[in-house]
Write a protein that binds this ligand. Structure first.
Ligand code: C5P
Length: 429
């Protein structure tokens, strides 16, 4: 998918989310037993200042009442395509366009199939076909239905269409069976909703509209980029870090978004604006970065530009560590951080194209070649950081693959990014 398939649950992945101005969500509730959880979802979104308008399918009304949703949204609840009063008050086209994001939760196997097929036979599905806004679908169904080949095919189609999908949870089901298909808990859905509202990606919308997307070389592709340093806390005021500015990774994310890809940028602590059209997930530590990356996969390509700290303090002190007066420094036992690139390379969700970066101060190409094998990736972009590359605006890189090495002249980081995205496009074709 889709950045969202991993379900960036804030409890699992402690990411920071930005504050935002009032945003509007159109919540489509379809008819599953999990429909009752939409009430809690509305409450959580409104608590964060997000305006919610609700649309219910006919079968959803068997599980929760329009009155309950209306009380919580403090708004009329829409449901009938042919109710003249409703249509006159606000037409279905307007409903589909006025929100910043459409959330379908729960999304039953039935509405997913209709979305995948472009069927518009009630108000909810007509809105979904008419919208020009990003859509998040949160499936919930019986495990057999979730695993059925028809649902697999429909989900894959929605992903290609640029719809964000949250992976369902596993566990006991209302029907007595056990497995994957449970609606994620409302706080996780609310968190995902806020992430999408903070960073809408125009390429998602374009992806569903072949006329616009056809010319964009990476349309329909999901590209994951990591960038920046990580900070590894020692105590409440100190941390281990490095000099990475994040500029090269951000430039690559921007170039991939411009090429039409849906881009998820997992960023360490940097002082940079999110490039237009990029979904950004902020993390602090290497372990958070690993969790965010795993939650974001699958992707068609991953470019791991982040300068991940190799070590962290073995334990984080709860209070500021004080000098003890002996003149000897306080001992600082270290633990090794997970290697994110190598972990992803070995995982089931390894992207078809996996690119690592290597900052070296000597024997740049030799070290990069060794790293290519050791980390199990398809390409290493090696850069000589003996000069002022870290934080600077230029970069001199060598592209090292199994077959050969190519060296580029010293270029602005934006240009390195554009050229690299051209290579990525060629390899994904
Ligand atoms: O081993 P080294 O840090 O030189 O490798 C650089 C590459 O490996 C980069 O792509 C970086 O993002 C990745 N890396 C990682 N996890 C680590 C260390 C590096 O993914 N713990």
């Amino acid at each position: 998918m889709n950045g969202s398939r991993g379900g960036l649950d804030s409890a699992q992945h402690p990411v920071q989310t930005r504050r935002m101005t009032t945003k509007r969500v159109l919540l489509i509730v379809s008819g599953g037993i999990a429909a009752y959880k939409s009430l809690e979802l509305v409450r959580l979104l409104r608590k964060d200042g997000i305006a919610v308008r609700a649309v219910m399918t006919e079968s959803a009304k068997e599980f929760v009442t329009p009155l309950s949703l209306g009380v919580l949204t403090e708004d009329h609840v829409y449901g009938n395509m042919f109710d003249l009063k409703e249509e006159r008050e606000i037409g279905h086209i307007q409903l589909s366009r006025e929100a910043d994001l459409i959330v379908v939760s729960p999304a039953t196997a039935n509405i997913i199939a209709k979305m995948a097929g472009g069927i518009a036979d009630d108000l909810a599905t007509t809105i979904l076909l008419a919208t020009d806004k990003p859509v998040l679908a949160v499936p919930a169904m019986n495990v057999r239905m979730w695993e059925h080949v028809a649902t697999r095919r429909n989900i894959a189609q929605l992903e290609r269409d640029g719809i964000h999908i949250m992976d369902p949870d596993s566990g006991p089901m209302a029907c007595g069976e056990y497995g994957e298909g449970r609606l994620p808990e409302p706080p996780a859905i609310a968190e995902k909703t806020k992430q999408l509202l903070a960073n809408p990606n125009p390429a998602d919308i374009l992806a569903g509209q072949p006329d616009f997307a056809a010319d964009m070389p990476l349309a329909g592709k999901h590209v994951l980029v990591t960038a920046g340093p990580t900070h590894e806390p020692i105590d409440p005021v100190r941390y281990i870090a490095n000099r990475s500015s994040g500029k090269q990774g951000f430039a690559i994310a921007a170039a991939a978004a411009k090429a039409g890809a849906r881009v998820t940028l997992v960023a360490g602590p940097v002082n940079l604006d999110t490039p237009p059209g990029v979904t950004r997930v902020d993390v602090l530590t290497a372990r958070e970065m690993l969790a965010a990356v795993q939650g974001t996969l699958p992707a068609d390509a991953a470019i791991m530009v982040a300068a991940v700290a190799d070590w962290r303090a073995a334990s984080e002190a709860g209070q500021k560590i004080k000098k003890d007066g002996s003149g000897a420094p306080a001992p600082l036992p270290l633990a090794e951080n997970p290697d994110i690139l190598a972990t992803i390379a070995k995982s089931e969700k390894r992207p078809p194209l996996l690119i690592g970066f290597a900052a070296e101060t000597e024997n740049v190409v030799d070290h990069a070649r060794a790293k290519l094998t050791r980390k199990g990736c398809d390409m290493i972009v090696a850069n000589d950081v003996s000069g002022d590359v870290m934080g600077g605006s230029h970069n001199c890189v060598h592209l090292v693959t199994e077959a050969h090495t190519e060296s580029w002249e010293n270029l602005p980081k934006d240009e390195v990014a554009n050229r690299l995205v051209e290579r990525i496009t060629a390899r994904l074709e």
